[in-house]
Design a binder for this molecule. Structure first.
Ligand code: GDP
Length: 481
């Protein structure tokens, strides 16, 4: 899929400069380390009279993520517990509900860390298990799905009975529908006087979420995360819905699962919260999670107790990975530590190479270098601040420190957080830097910026901001002299 200029040259027995000059001739300014896109490869193929077939470079190592499709022996299938995700508008009680279900259903003696909110746990409902996973919002949920990590079997949309459908509820409905999972609506806060089940039903019915008792196919369950009312009903309903799904997996298979959450813990190293989707994950297994790998050193279950293994739909914290894996990464056990290491290392190298080839956009420090080389006469910036007063002050100061040779070019200045639309704008202007004063990018914007190679600098002191920009500009001025 990805091929660098020099790799292409090697593969077809040309020199890199031959390839570069063809591309230059076509108006593409590349270096030998740049990656070629599919259409560029095709053009080059025509130019040199050779046939180019494009194949996924990671085909061999990515195969392991899908091993279940080929290698699963369905004669070993047993029913596995359903995995449930709760989504809803902020403050409608998602966290309270998750915590209440756990505290109501986990035997008191085992309640060691029960006051602490945890990201995944399994409860027992009349002898049947259900696993709940807390995803950090519906956007993250869909992003995980788009990367091929599908862990959820049943979705609960929580709507506060006193507040009704809100903009985020509508978003959640779209995300949930797109996933194809069965949906149950939990109408929360039913302990409140002002809670109104019929209002919620009517609002949801308008959005093609028609209640069963109104002739539709969506179950609505009234609950209270405060009193615990309706929670048994909700759990029974989850079990009913999952029966229809006939969820099956093979407990004797090599373990496959997903990373729900991960962090670097002082003294313990990388810790990954993993949910097992097939097979059994055991201490001593060699696992790969995306670009990370390791031998499982220890597992603690959802009650914080050390265990030897995690079974189907169970979750726990796993120690032993070489680095912190990304949330949503697929986890697959391998036959040997050598295999695990090779797969992860191939992916990591590939990711790094891709990262490097992207870094044509530059940081503020590098910017002064480029300016010094006379390559840039303008420093394009986007300014975002918390209030209008500081916006004017910063804009004014930045415009003043310019001279006729070099200057700051303010592409956009506005009040508010750093958004995706700022990124789109920055991306469209070579070398553009986003400056935030008392505002920050959201997590997803931060990640996108990193992937796009756009620098976002945030400040809480105006002078620091001005100084950084001055430093960058002074490189520019000395070059002019
Ligand atoms: P989240 O943002 O969806 O995770 O919502 P939280 O669980 O943080 O709840 C938001 C607020 O609603 C908190 O103040 C809770 O105490 C309150 N709350 C949650 N569930 C209930 C409920 O069933 N009844 C009442 N009266 N308040 C609730």
């Amino acid at each position: 899929e990805e091929c660098r200029v020099y790799e292409f040259a090697e593969a077809c027995g040309k020199s890199a400069s031959d390839v570069i000059s063809v591309l230059f001739g076509l108006g593409m300014l590349v270096t030998k380390n740049d990656f070629l896109k599919q259409d560029e490869l095709e053009i080059l193929g025509e130019e040199f009279g050779i046939e180019v077939t494009v194949k996924d470079a990671l085909e061999d190592v990515n195969y392991v993520d899908d091993y279940h499709e080929e290698d699963i022996d369905d004669s070993n299938f047993v029913t596995r517990p359903p995995v449930v995700t709760i989504m809803g508008h902020v403050d409608h009680g998602k966290t309270s509900l998750l915590d209440k279900i756990r505290s109501a259903k986990v035997a008191k003696g085992e309640a060691g860390g029960i006051t602490q909110h945890i990201s995944a746990y399994t409860v027992d409902q009349n002898g049947q298990k259900i696993t709940f996973v807390d995803t950090p919002g519906h956007a993250a949920f869909s992003e995980m799905r788009s990367r091929g990590t599908e862990i959820t079997d049943v979705i609960i949309i929580v709507v506060a009975g006193d507040d009704g459908v809100k903009p985020q509820t509508e978003e959640v409905i779209s995300h949930a529908k797109a996933s194809g999972c069965p949906i149950i609506v939990a109408v929360n806060k039913m302990d409140k006087e002002s809670a109104n089940m019929d209002m919620v039903k009517a609002q949801m019915a308008e959005r093609e979420m028609t209640p069963v008792d109104w002739g539709g196919d969506v179950e609505f369950i009234g609950v209270s995360a405060h009193t615990g009312m309706g929670i048994d009903d909700l759990l029974e309903n989850i079990l009913l819905q999952s029966e229809v799904l006939e969820l099956k997996a093979d407990p004797s298979a090599k373990a496959k699962g997903a990373v729900v959450e991960s962090l670097l813990e002082k003294g313990r190293g990388p810790v990954a919260t993993i949910i097992v989707q097939n097979g059994t994950l055991k201490v001593g297994d060699n696992i790969v999670c995306d670009t990370t790998y390791g031998r499982v050193k220890a597992i603690t279950n959802d009650q914080g107790k050390p265990v030897k293994q995690l079974g189907l739909s169970e979750t726990g914290n796993v120690l032993g990975l070489n680095e912190v894996p990304v949330s949503g990464a697929v986890m697959v056990a391998q036959d040997s530590d050598k295999e695990a290491r090779e797969i992860a290392t191939t992916r990591a190298e590939h990711a790094r190479a891709k990262e490097l080839s992207k870094s044509t956009k530059v940081s503020l420090e590098e910017m002064s270098g480029l300016i010094a080389e006379g390559k840039i006469k303008q420093l394009p910036v986007i300014i975002k601040t918390d209030v209008g007063g500081s916006l004017e002050a910063i804009k004014g100061s930045l415009e003043k420190i310019a001279n006729e040779e070099v200057k700051v070019k303010v592409l956009h200045a506005g009040v508010g957080g750093i958004t995706e639309s700022d990124l789109v704008l920055a991306n469209a202007s070579e070398g553009c830097i986003i400056l935030g004063f008392n505002v920050r990018p959201t997590g997803s914007v931060k990640q996108k910026a990193k992937a796009d190679g756009v620098t976002i600098n945030t400040y809480t002191i105006i002078y620091d901001l001005i100084d950084d920009v001055k430093d960058a500009l002074s490189g520019m001025m000395s070059a002019v002299i």
